[in-house]
Design a protein around this ligand. Structure first.
Ligand code: DLL
Length: 434
């Protein structure tokens, strides 16, 4: 039987949803125009006024916001309300040189937690569950977001934060956790540690995981599901639009339902900005329909994916987005070929290797080099013979996927650094030289 947290929105007819969106959009554009000088200027430059926006059909008339705008307006330039009405900030780690600081009113926090609660219920959560939140707490949105969602559903919430993996497993056993929330790379590490501790999935009570904040492949999903004995659900979001819960997966596991009563989604051509029809692959753009404190309109995420309104067996009518393949700025161009790290991950897991890998790109004598280090499992290591032949075979499997040959290094177990949050699996040394 399917359960919903807010069926009136999650299962609304398309006409009902459109009416909600139209009404909210008109109000939100006025709110932004009146309160956010930075965006008002962009609208004025484009010659658009709030009166031009009468429904979702007029959305395309509004200007885009980009990460560069966020940098320009940092920290208060995109605030939509008085600072005294704000109760919280969250922020990104800023590892790629950008730091996003997002502001929330109490209402914003409340709606954000509702979005996360929808995800918890879609993963089978009820007030009988014990939900272990092992996303980082603090400025990162993962911990606070899922914590709030889990509370709203009435789960017993374990605010573990990430790290201290053996203790995570001990708590999991002692308190009979049934749902785990963390990044997929940390889930894989927890699965590996469980095994190292001489335990199996039968020794824990987990039934579901809610994993997101980074790209992960279907192959990785299957690995995690096996190592923890669970069903693994994807969850997506970004600090700019609140955090996790912009979209979430249901039992069908064929893409994530976007909470489109709060976030209006478009797909555009990243080069021209042209809005593309449903089913086309392109850059995801979000307009937040309710946010008071940080109300971004037509925000370009740089995430590449596809939208679909195909009927879903779970009964939800919310539009779905495919797993993002990675951000357009994560794409590597190696010897002129476009490479997404997820393509390499797919090959590695298909060939029976682990998710512990590192991609290094460099430039030698004006030619790009691609090195892929892959950790062997203890079993593979114990029976390892003819490593050179195995490296060659893996290199040609990657070549047939990408069209370019990497240098593959099969390395001993536990030699690559494990991740407790978002995994760093790519080092582009070319950027360091520039
Ligand atoms: O990662 C929010 C979040 C926390 C989502 C916990 C899910 C779970 P940021 O740190 O601002 O926010 O990073 C946002 O991470 O633009 C995507 O590129 C990537 N991302 C997030 N979720 C997924 C996912 C959080 N499920 C950026 N699959 C986004 C692929 C994801 N990429």
């Amino acid at each position: 039987m399917q359960n919903y947290y807010q069926p009136e929105f999650e299962c609304a007819s398309q006409d009902e949803m459109r009416a909600i969106q139209n009404e909210k959009l008109v109000k939100q554009v006025k709110h932004v125009y009146e309160n956010v000088e930075y965006y008002r200027k962009l609208m004025d430059e484009k010659g658009v006024t709030p009166d031009d926006i009468k429904s979702v059909d007029d959305l395309h008339k509004l200007p885009f916001l980009t990460k560069a705008d966020l940098r320009d307006a940092y920290p208060y330039g995109l605030l939509g309300t008085d600072l005294k009405n704000c109760v919280r900030i969250q922020s990104t780690s800023g590892t790629t040189g950008r730091r996003v600081v997002a502001f929330y009113t109490q209402k914003d926090v409340d709606l954000w937690e509702d979005c996360c609660a929808r995800a918890v219920v879609a993963a089978g959560g009820t007030n009988e569950d014990v939900c272990q939140v092992a996303y980082g707490y603090g400025l990162f949105t993962g911990g606070p977001g899922l914590n709030g969602g889990s509370h709203k559903v009435g789960c017993l919430t374990l605010p573990m934060s990430s790290g201290n993996t053996e203790r995570q497993i001990q708590f999991m056993q002692d308190l009979h956790s049934t749902i785990l929330c963390c990044t997929p790379s940390y889930a894989a590490f927890i699965g590996e540690t469980l095994k190292d501790m001489g335990l199996t999935p039968d020794d824990i009570d987990l039934k579901a995981g809610i994993f997101g904040a980074e790209p992960w492949t279907e192959e990785m999903r299957r690995d995690i599901e096996k190592s923890l004995g669970i069903k693994a659900y994807d969850i997506y979001g970004l600090t700019e639009t609140t955090g996790p819960g912009v979209s979430f997966e249901c039992s069908e596991q064929t893409g994530m339902h976007i909470n489109e009563d709060h976030f209006l989604a478009e797909i555009i051509d990243p080069d021209t900005g042209e809005v593309l029809p449903e089913g086309s692959k392109g850059e995801l753009v979000f307009t937040s329909l309710d946010k008071e404190a940080f109300p971004l309109l037509r925000y370009r995420t740089r995430d590449i994916c596809v939208l679909s309104r195909k009927k879903c067996s779970c009964g939800r009518t919310l539009i779905k987005m495919s797993k993002p393949m990675g951000r357009s700025d994560d794409m590597l161009i190696i010897r002129g070929v476009n490479v997404f790290p997820s393509q390499i991950e797919t090959v590695l897991l298909k060939e029976g290797y682990s998710v512990n890998y590192l991609i290094e790109v460099d430039r030698e004598r004006n030619t790009d080099t691609l090195d892929v280090s892959v950790e062997l499992t203890p079993e593979q290591f114990a029976e390892a013979n003819d490593i050179a032949a195995k490296e060659k075979a893996l290199s040609s499997a990657i070549k047939s996927m990408l069209g370019i040959s990497p240098k593959v290094h099969l390395v001993a177990p536990k030699t690559l650094t494990r991740s407790e949050g978002k995994a760093v699996r790519v080092i582009d040394k070319r950027k360091l030289h520039d």
